[in-house]
Design a protein around this ligand. Structure first.
Ligand code: 3H9
Length: 699
């Protein structure tokens, strides 16, 4: 096997190169290789200084995340970093690409750091449910100050080389060849008689911190980090940096890192990291499938959804035509888009010039002839099959051969839509989530006849517009909504059983959901859910099924948009409504629904397990390819917290035997209709497997 770390000397400068594709992660051979190379450097009397550099596309991008599920093997990273720092001769890190996590920690163990202008440096461990556990929590505050370091580690956001230079983590930006620049830097150190400069010896600037600094800092991040375990551990490490000796603080960092690494949160977040990369791999659509160029897009329907979809393309510089039926609707649509852009401009997140450039890329039109040249057309009209079919017939007539014809339907049969064109191979579902310009999920629905080229192009297009594209197959509601319905069903049923909706929502919120099921129902529109249920041909034969949605819709309570739904709204504030409580009580009596004492644990159990069982059916039917794809759908589209890893990962964490036992418990209470374990779930529970293992076995 080729050496992943090599040592050579060029004149007085030792060049230590890490070459471990794809991202030079610090796997055991790299750590061992670094330890060996720096031992060689220490012993090499001809070498006055060393440059640590990486081959390939990036400097070390972090610890090897795949190793965190296995026992730790020596040499552990902090040991290697201390060995580098303890070198008696100066060491310069030469950074390109992304020096992240353990990569930046290694660079901070070096005595000096130079970088090309395009490099990025950061400690993103928090997004994996971890903390920088190789002395990063101690070195970064020493180099850039406590507040800057906390901001960098709590957000996980990398900084560019210029920001790194300004803050003090980078010493020089190199123009031109990195190795030549780093060697010149090292030679100058030698010429100037400068030796090692150790970050650990810098004193943390604690004196300038107000007495209540950490308490205030905790408050300032509380909303954004709600429920997550790692951010608090990062703060504890920085408190240790301020109050303990370097050695004691590093020991504390190590202890807290281990707690993070073993936490279910980190396992879930690491699972999502790999899931988000795996999702792009489609077994029957090879990587080299030809892609169709997408240079002009058209969106049919200028409502809130259509406008949001159009913005995604304008944001990345792709011209979009927005087609409506009347001038009035078109003007309204363009006005909504304009006001959507004005928000970020006011907040300083976008410049006026950027907004103008985006607006200039969106062209309103009333004519189908204008879209003849579009490479991709996305229909976002009313969610009714008859209207969709009409639009697709018109598209078939108007669009050039090879154009991709997509529907933004959230539930309807893509094959039926495709069948009214002469080119079903060019038809696909692109299900955006509201608000379409904000939510990161894109369900890509392949029809029975959708071509591989169209699938591959759609997956690539998702990446271009910075969405997480998840490929699914046709069924009512696809993956997300099909699993969301049982979740709402249970929330609705518990309401009839006498559990106040606000309690169900607050328990779901405390579990980590961005919003409880009733709040979401009101936000999506009870009228929308009501209509979906009406169109659903296989709706469960159960008079209590989502009954309160129907009752409230009959009373004109559509949710937030009418100021009343399951809640009453004071502005955007949801307020429990005694009228709804009375209506629910009467309805429960009429339906003879027994009133129950339901514990918080049961609320979560019923909401989640109802979803998980549907997920198992979806996997068995091949609607989703692997369980981690489902997890992405819920973490990107339905406000599930990343530290749960998604519904299927949550099931795996609970243990599928426990999930089946819970199903049996409710089956005994409610019968077979909803609570019969899906065959795949039962099978895996019996064989002691997880959804993740089952998915991996299909590879
Ligand atoms: C850490 O450092 C802990 C320490 O503080 C303490 C230790 C004691 N390990 O994303 P891409 C794989 S925690 C293993 O598609 P890009 C990835 O799965 C770590 N594998 O490329 C993919 O594999 P495949 C802190 C990794 O160009 C392939 O590399 N560091 C790792 O879009 C290409 O990845 C981070 O959190 C890894 N660390 O983006 C950085 N990283 O081809 C994590 C990547 O089989 N990494 N892979 O699907 C990233 O953010 C991005 O990968 C990066 C490149 C920006 C580097």
């Amino acid at each position: 096997m080729a050496e992943v770390v090599s040592y050579r000397r060029e004149g007085k400068i030792a060049v230590i190169t890490v070459d471990n594709p794809p991202v030079n992660a610090l796997s055991l051979p790299v750590r061992a290789g670094l330890a060996k190379a720096f031992t060689e450097f220490a012993a090499d009397a001809e070498a006055g200084a060393a440059v640590l550099i990486c081959a390939g596309r990036t400097f070390i991008a972090g610890a090897d995340i795949t190793e965190f599920d296995k026992p730790i093997e020596d040499p552990w990273l902090p040991k290697v970093i201390h060995q580098i720092e303890d070198c008696a001769k100066p060491v310069v890190a030469a950074i390109h690409g992304t020096a992240l996590g353990g990569g930046l920690e290694t660079a901070m163990g070096c005595h000096y750091r130079v970088a090309v202008a395009t490099a990025q440096v950061g400690l993103p461990e928090v997004s994996l449910g971890l903390l920088p556990g190789a002395t990063g929590t101690q070195r970064l505050p020493r180099l850039i100050g406590v507040k800057n370091a906390l901001d960098a580690m709590i957000s996980g956001r990398p900084m560019n080389a210029k920001a790194g230079l300004d803050k003090g983590v980078i010493d020089q930006i190199v123009d031109g060849d990195l190795l030549a620049g780093a060697k010149a830097f090292a030679e100058k150190l030698l010429a100037d008689g400068k030796g090692p400069r150790r970050a650990r010896e810098i004193k943390v600037d604690a004196a300038s911190l107000p007495a209540d600094f950490f308490a205030e800092y905790r408050k300032s991040i509380a909303r954004d980090t709600r429920g997550f375990f790692a951010p608090e551990q990062i703060i504890k490490c920085v408190e240790a940096a301020v109050s303990l000796s370097y050695e004691d603080a590093v020991a504390r960092e190590n202890e807290l890192f281990m707690q993070c690494m073993k936490s279910t949160h980190s396992k879930a977040q690491r699972h999502l990291f790999f899931a988000e990369r795996e999702v792009a791999k489609i077994p029957d659509v090879p990587k080299d499938t030809p892609l169709r160029p997408i240079k002009q897009v058209a969106v049919i329907g200028g409502g809130t959804m259509g406008g949001g979809i159009a913005m995604n393309f304008a944001n990345v510089g792709i011209p979009v035509l927005l087609k409506e039926i009347t001038q009035e609707a078109l003007d309204r649509g363009m006005a909504i888009i304009r006001s959507n852009y004005e928000g970020p401009v006011k907040k300083g997140k976008m410049t006026q010039a950027q907004m103008d450039a985006c607006m200039a890329l969106i062209t309103p039109t009333l004519k189908y002839e204008d879209i003849a040249n579009a490479d991709l057309v996305i229909e976002a009209v009313f969610e009714t099959m008859a209207i969709k079919k009409e639009v697709f017939s018109a598209l078939d007539a108007a669009c050039k051969p090879g154009a991709i014809l997509a529907s933004n339907t959230s539930t309807l049969d893509i094959d039926a839509i495709a069948a009214c064109t002469k080119r079903p191979e060019d038809v696909i579902g692109l299900h955006f989530f509201a608000p379409a310009n904000v939510m990161s999920l894109l369900e890509i629905v392949r029809g029975a006849k959708t071509s591989k080229e169209v699938i591959a192009t759609s997956m690539a297009m998702a990446k271009t517009i910075r969405k997480m594209g998840v490929l699914v197959r046709v069924c009512f509601g696809f993956v997300g909504n099909r699993m969301f319905f049982p979740y709402v069903r249970e929330a609705q049923r518990m309401m009839l059983e006498g559990v106040p909706p606000e309690r169900i929502d607050s328990v779901a919120f405390a579990w980590g959901m961005a919003m409880g099921p009733h709040g979401v129902s009101d936000l999506s529109g009870l009228d929308v859910l009501h209509k979906v249920n009406k169109e659903w041909q296989e709706k469960p034969d159960d008079p209590a099924y989502c009954r309160m949605i129907d009752v409230l819709v009959e009373k004109g309570r559509y949710g937030q948009k009418t100021g009343a739904g399951i809640y009453r709204y004071e502005g955007r504030n949801a307020v429990p409504d005694p009228e709804v409580a009375a209506l629910t009580k009467a309805e429960a009596a009429a339906l003879k629904v027994p009133q129950l004492e339901v514990s918080d644990e049961e609320i979560i159990e019923r909401l989640m397990i109802a979803m998980i069982n549907e997920g198992a059916l979806i996997l068995d039917e091949g609607i989703a390819y692997r369980s981690s794809d489902i997890d992405i759908v819920f973490c990107h589209g339905y406000g599930m917290p990343r530290y749960r890893g998604g519904p299927m990962m949550y099931a795996d964490t609970l243990g599928l035997d426990k999930v089946v036992a819970a199903m049996e418990k409710y089956r005994a209470r409610y019968g077979d209709l909803y609570w019969k374990a899906a065959p795949l779930l039962a099978k895996l529970a019996q064989s002691g497997q997880t959804f993740a293992q089952w998915s991996a076995s299909k590879r």
